[in-house]
Design a protein. Structure first.
Lengths: 206, 206
């Protein structure tokens, strides 16, 4: 059975780190921001613009200074659909190349026919704020409530994006094989347990 | 760190089997129906009556032929509250005695101060129906839709019971440390992975 693992995650839950460490443990590639880079390169977009429209609502405000260079409001809808299509294509190509971990971008839904192992990573607000603070730029000066609002906005975008371009509701347990609460935990120490669980799960289909 | 594990589960998801096997793997006791027996014994109730009122809404219809012998509609409210109180007390006593697995009965909420490891077990309808059929009495002759309705009724009772006597929403990921989708899987083969994950999770607190 091929080892295709997708990670969906709440902002600040450590999902990206979990994906990267899981990929390292299995000795397989982890695709995250690389997907944005590929789309930007192949379709001639600005990376920030792709990053903004990907996992974002097409109705979200975006600064007109980014984009293809000639971006204007009229392009948003078309670009969003094109970027979603590009993501879909690239994610399928990556999964067909071989075993991998894919973080975000509704990969669980896009790859559903390949029956990947789908993980959702989440945590309580306290842990997410702490994780964000630990990784924040020194000059960042958000209050806890500002940070919470920011996190909720990003999760809302991920949820909206999923509802527009993929099946199933973001964060609903029905769409995942395992939901991991990382509250108060160091991601690194959980990895051997997740690896073992995935091995058990996959061995049964041999 | 004490090893107190609680299992909440959708009907037919294999949660009870998972709890039993997990307890065996750790060499600790698993409490499930024993809690009903203890309440019935200590409080002088009929076992079926306790089983019915436990994890059930107090407004649910129940046959008047069961109960304390002298049960009548007027007793339902009082009995439900008494049974919930007895469950609360017994579950706390069992957990204080030592490491254990407790299946159902909102133990995750009742024991929240002890910080147990809380698991929610669920599955898709197809798997749950199959599991129920495999274990059903030979004379049972439900159609799939009848079985689904029965499963939903039981889960609804569990959910209502939780909302009446415990904190947090039944099945909501916030209340659990790990949510396990058993769809299409044999419980037995997943156990080593769950054991390893719990060990990783608990070792971090040492």
């Amino acid at each position: 059975m091929s080892k295709i693992i997708t990670i969906s995650r709440e902002f600040g839950s450590g999902g990206r780190e979990l994906g990267k460490r899981l990929a390292d443990a299995f000795g397989i590639p982890c695709y995250d921001h690389q997907i944005i880079d590929m789309i930007a390169e192949q379709y001639g977009y600005n990376k920030d613009y792709v990053s903004h429209l990907s996992e974002s609502s097409i109705t979200t405000f975006y600064p007109s200074t980014i984009g293809r260079g000639f971006a204007s409001t009229g392009f948003i809808m078309t670009d969003s659909v094109e970027i979603a299509g590009a993501e879909n294509k690239i994610i399928k190509e990556l999964a067909q190349k071989g075993d991998c971990v894919i973080v975000g971008r509704s990969a669980d839904s896009i790859l559903s026919e390949m029956k990947p192992f789908n993980i959702f990573v989440y945590a309580d607000n306290e842990s997410k704020i702490k994780r964000c603070r630990d990784r924040a730029d020194k000059n960042e000066n958000f209050t806890d409530s500002q940070m919470l609002r920011k996190m909720r906005e990003i999760d809302k975008r991920r949820s909206t994006y999923r509802s527009m371009f993929a099946d199933g509701k973001w964060g609903s347990k029905e769409n995942y094989n395992l939901l991991i609460n990382t509250s108060g935990k160091e991601i690194k120490s959980l990895i051997p347990g997740i690896v073992k669980y995935i091995e058990c799960w996959m061995n049964q289909d041999k």
